[in-house]
Design a protein around this ligand. Structure first.
Ligand code: CTP
Length: 417
């Protein structure tokens, strides 16, 4: 999808809310260590200050110059490298807000678990008391070995967040669990460690994407929604500590962190049933889906043949339930509701009365309207320009910004509404 700056296929690499945050990246000797360069690019591209340590094993595969060229500052090597500050093993502990070890080798897991301090990365980890994220990568038998698993258990018990390896073919030609986790999972785990946890304890449901209403065996009625705005909201809520569940229409290709629960549906009625089942246990509902208001009366499971069409074929439609309206009207005290409005309007100001009308009709707490007839807003664009109103009568017009930034502002608004 064109929205991702880094190639990680996550809306969050366009967020401005992590600028000037400080991260330390440890890179160990593993074939996967070239992938750490992509992580570094994604973080520095967002204005995050990244320092790095390459272990001797890592330096066999990649050079410090690569990491320096991609913006890591400083790049540490050995404990007693000439010209290095005598206290450089303490520096990440003084400056970084989170430490990520990716890829983490079996040897590094052992050293971190047992408090070794004789190499630069282990000493820096020992002197670091902030959030530690570990993304192991190794041969599947090394990973499943009880010795490695015991080290992982120790690190988890101490509060480290382990981004577990993926399953599949490894570079050594074997199959199993051991490949470095998908980069977007590691990328987002670090952002979560850097984000304020002001949504901790909240359960958030997000509807997103289009719905698809079948007519015959091959044809359907739908719209061009990509689900990106909803994905940005779900990821934002999760980064800020919430437990997020998405109810996603078909064809949504944005990758979500593994911790976000996902219910896939096809039609408006499926989405209504799934969302209705989840809603009683939620604290917040964010309704971004472009739900088809009408479904064609089905022709049947077979393909309609044009030879059978009378002159001027007409298709009748029946209305679908309004998910937002139904769930907002039937909500329990304390449940918060964010609605959206996709409108065609001549300018941003003209969105405001439409937004107020939809907010009242649907009974939302906050309603965000965008102009789908604008090139920088609406279906499939990486950005949105919004007119936002709330039930207390506040209204604001926001300039064009990334959907990640829109999501951030909307979560903040819903929290204080
Ligand atoms: N929505 C919904 N269920 C529907 C229709 C809309 O939950 N059947 C939600 C959308 O997710 C969005 C809001 O209602 O949060 C407004 O959707 P929008 O398409 O802008 O408006 P509609 O209610 O469909 O009305 P209209 O198309 O006439 O503008």
């Amino acid at each position: 999808m064109s929205e991702a700056k880094s190639g990680l296929n996550t809306p969050f690499d366009q967020s401005t809310h992590f600028e000037r945050k400080r991260l330390h990246l440890g890179v160990c000797g593993s074939i996967a260590c070239y992938k750490a360069a992509d992580l570094l690019r994604a973080w520095t591209g967002m204005g995050i200050h990244v320092s790095a340590t390459l272990t001797p094993g890592a330096r066999r595969f990649v050079t410090p110059l690569l990491f320096e060229s991609l913006g890591a500052l400083p790049v540490y090597e050995d404990m007693f490298s000439p010209g290095q500050d005598v206290f450089s093993h303490l520096e990440p502990g003084q400056h970084a807000e989170a430490m990520v070890v990716a890829p983490a080798s079996a040897d590094a897991l052992f050293r971190l678990a047992h408090g070794a301090a004789s190499d630069m990365l282990a000493a820096q980890a020992l002197a670091f008391d902030g959030p530690l994220i570990i993304a192991p990568a190794m041969n599947p038998r090394m990973w499943s070995n009880p010795a490695t698993q015991a080290n992982i258990d120790i690190l988890r018990q101490r509060g480290a967040r382990v981004v577990t390896p993926a399953c599949g073919g490894t570079a050594c030609g074997e199959q199993g669990e051991g490949r470095l986790a998908p980069l977007h999972d590691i990328f987002l785990a670090a952002l979560r460690a850097l984000a304020p946890q002001d949504m901790a304890g909240k359960r958030v449901m997000v509807t997103l994407g289009p719905t698809r209403e079948a007519w015959d065996g091959v044809r359907f009625w739908s719209n061009p929604s990509t689900g990106l705005m909803g994905a940005a909201l779900a990821v934002c809520a999760w980064l800020r500590g919430a437990e997020a569940t998405v109810v996603s229409g078909p064809g949504v290709r944005v990758r979500l962190p593994r911790e976000i629960a996902r219910v896939d549906v096809v039609s408006a009625r499926d989405m209504f049933e799934a969302a209705s089942g989840l809603w009683p246990n939620m604290d917040m509902g964010m309704f971004t889906a472009a739900v088809a208001d009408f479904s064609p009366q089905p022709f049947g499971p077979h393909k309609f043949k044009k030879i059978d069409a009378p002159d001027g074929l007409t298709v009748a439609f029946t209305p679908n339930p309004d998910i937002l309206r139904t769930l907002a009207h039937g909500r329990k005290p304390g449940q918060k509701v964010l609605g959206f409005a996709a409108e065609t309007a001549p300018d941003m100001k003209a969105l405001l009365p439409l937004a107020h009308a939809k907010l009242q009709g649907k009974k939302a707490d906050v309603l965000a309207a965008n102009r789908i007839n604008s090139t920088d807003s609406g279906f499939g664009t990486p950005t949105n320009a919004m007119a936002v109103v709330d039930a207390a009568g506040h209204e604001e017009i926001w300039p064009t910004q990334s959907k990640a930034d829109v999501a951030w502002e909307l979560c903040s608004w819903l929290l204080r509404s």
